[in-house]
Design a protein. Structure first.
Lengths: 208, 208
DNA sequence: CTCTGATTCAAACGACCGTTTGAACTATGC
DNA sequence: GCATAGTTCAAACGGTCGTTTGAATCAGAG
């Protein structure tokens, strides 16, 4: 159809992101991916080595800009003194939803992919996501604890897990078949609503 | 090994609940289920008709007691006048986690199964869950709106979706490979922590 | 042009999938 | 006893899966 300015490798990553995000890892075949990417089946094993290695590469590529932006914001916040809980929550949530905001269609695909992988039925696959978000996790937990001195460490960790979960949930659009969730609202408003929801929960919903 | 006091049909449902909850629908084969249930492969199609029909039956069986208890609590609350947001949240969350509390090992398996199905990558399968929780959803939304008159209807729906999502998340134990999430704490405390988290978010985290 | 390494290709591999078949077994009523 | 309906069984069905093979094609350097 159009001139393949993208390499086979890039096309495979793009389609994998889209299809894995739609049907999950087990529910998506390499044949479906390679057909949509106009590539040969053997190309996957040539460029990546296996189906799971393709997934790994797609996860790493999709998470990279999110992690970079989170690190940047965290650096910036901490350079200006102890950040508040709201600032920390914002620095975590917004990079995940800005994928949709700033990068349009492709960004929405990446966000859904990330959210889906984070809750894949297989623990081995969920760990791919965790491995990518792990490195900055300790920083967030420590900063959150400092911003919420009244909360117990386990309570802060509980809140962090909930934040991570709710973000992935909205990213994956897994709530689509539910009542008010069908209305795919403006991602900007979604971010603000989610942040307000989490800030209230962190500030007053964690046990001492 | 042991005397099969359970019928083949019951054993299939029990094992399906366990395996689907571990590996998801696509990631679990009928052969794996029938071997673990000490049943013939054809037994699935004899008793249920297909793999998806087996899943449907397992979902319905697992959700029934939860829905019954939610309805009962809702009736009871509404009979005693307009319920508070906390009462409503409690009436929604506790039946989902009491599975683990009151029914021990089997209950934990059922909870994980429900939570997993609620976020299955395939929308067709997620809809099986939605179909089971739909009937009382309108009642909860209306009651929550009445308890939170300051919040916009879309905000109440947003909160409801988040409540539903966080509950399913903890039920599915999908956060196991995350930091503080590994500590599978006392389900009773988990319920209290989750309720406190949600109450704070509902009371002060929803936009007008 | 020739050589070389990178990439693509059609085709096949063995394994596993959900489903179906038809016979064998079981229990119950007559 | 026999007949009947309910259940289980081994075996096979066609199809799809991820992966591998070895030849064909391509691009760039000498």
């Amino acid at each position: 159809m159009e001139t393949p300015v993208e390499s086979t490798r890039e096309r495979l990553l793009n389609v994998a992101e889209q299809r894995f995000g739609e049907g999950g890892y087990e529910g998506t075949s390499l044949r479906a991916i390679t057909v949509a990417a106009a590539a040969n089946i053997a190309a996957v094993n040539y460029h990546f080595g296996s189906k799971e290695a393709l997934l790994r590469a797609a996860v790493a590529r999709a998470m990279a800009p999110v992690n970079t932006e989170r690190r940047r914001r965290l650096d910036q916040l901490e350079a200006a003194g102890p950040p508040s809980a709201e600032q920390l929550i914002r620095a975590f949530v917004e990079p995940g939803l800005d994928l949709v905001l700033r990068r349009g269609e492709r960004g929405a695909v990446a966000a859904r992919f990330i959210g889906r992988i984070a809750f894949d039925p297989s623990q081995r696959i969920r760990e791919l996501y965790v491995a990518e978000s792990d490195p900055i996790e300790a920083r967030y937990l420590a900063a959150l604890q400092a911003a919420l001195p009244h909360a117990a460490p386990e309570a802060v960790a509980f809140g962090y897990v909930n934040m991570l979960g709710l973000l992935a949930l909205h990213q994956s659009q897994a709530l689509t078949p539910v009542p008010g969730g069908g209305e795919l609202e403006d991602p900007g408003k979604l971010a603000e609503n989610l942040i307000a929801f989490l800030v209230a929960a962190f500030d007053r919903g964690l046990r001492a």
